[in-house]
Design a protein around this ligand. Structure first.
Ligand SMILES: C[S@@+](CC[C@H](N)C(=O)[O-])C[C@H]1O[C@@H](n2cnc3c(N)ncnc32)[C@H](O)[C@@H]1O
Length: 203
């Protein structure tokens, strides 16, 4: 990236208000509830980017804010997002282009179909919460149910449990329904909203 390009991209990362301007108004309006704040992305990315070349998956990547910010803060790692809403993938791709970021990638689909073997570490911002009756929704284009909430948590817990020891996970605003017992908390910040986990050997 040229010096001029870098200066241009740096400006977007001044603060959340500035970053969110990269999105159209309807995506910006969802930011405070649904997209990771920059300070959280920076802390989470620093923990997950433990080795150069690590591949990190954001489970439910929305408009791409976590992946794009993490990719900017940790340029030696690659950040992947899986997202069920196609329009959000499109917004993530547009933002990626504007930011000239080349180490973030977005996949459209359901995380249950993703091969977790392709990734080293994981980020999760309470993606299934929308399924709870009282939760604020991103939109009303999908069906929501408590059964789906339970089904997704069951699957993610199993997929994470199958990862090798040493796998890192960051959760933000999690109720921990998706975290297997084999993961231990090794750090906590922001009054416990942000948790850092490592998979330990089964006892
Ligand atoms: C709280 S938002 C977080 C977005 C992004 N991780 C960030 O922090 O900027 C959760 C996202 O997960 C997505 N999601 C929920 N369930 C999903 C599933 N089963 N498969 C893929 N994406 C899912 C939602 O559509 C939503 O965009």
């Amino acid at each position: 990236m040229t010096e001029v390009r870098k200066m241009y991209t740096d400006r977007w990362f001044k603060d959340d208000k500035q970053f969110n301007e990269i999105y159209p108004a309807y995506i910006r309006a969802l930011a405070s509830r649904h997209w990771t704040p920059l300070v959280v992305a920076q802390k989470a990315a620093a923990f997950l980017a433990v080795d150069k070349g690590s591949k990190i998956l954001d489970i439910g990547s929305g408009a791409g804010k976590f992946c794009l910010a993490a990719a900017w803060y940790q340029p030696t790692c690659s950040f992947f997002g899986i997202e069920q809403r196609k329009d959000l993938i499109r917004q993530a791709e547009i933002a990626k282009e504007l930011l000239c970021i080349d180490n973030a990638f977005f996949l459209h689909g359901n995380f249950t179909k993703v091969d977790f073997d392709q990734y080293d570490h994981f980020y999760f911002y309470n993606s299934f919460y929308e399924n709870l009756a009282w939760a604020e929704k991103i939109d009303y284009a999908l069906e929501y149910s408590h059964n789906l909430y339970r089904y997704y948590n069951f699957n993610l817990r199993k997929m994470l449990a199958d990862r090798p020891d040493g796998t890192r996970l960051v959760t933000y605003h999690s109720m921990e329904d998706e975290v297997p017992e084999s993961y231990q908390i090794v750090g906590m910040q922001l009054d416990g909203l942000l948790k850092f986990w490592v998979k330990a050997p089964e006892r």
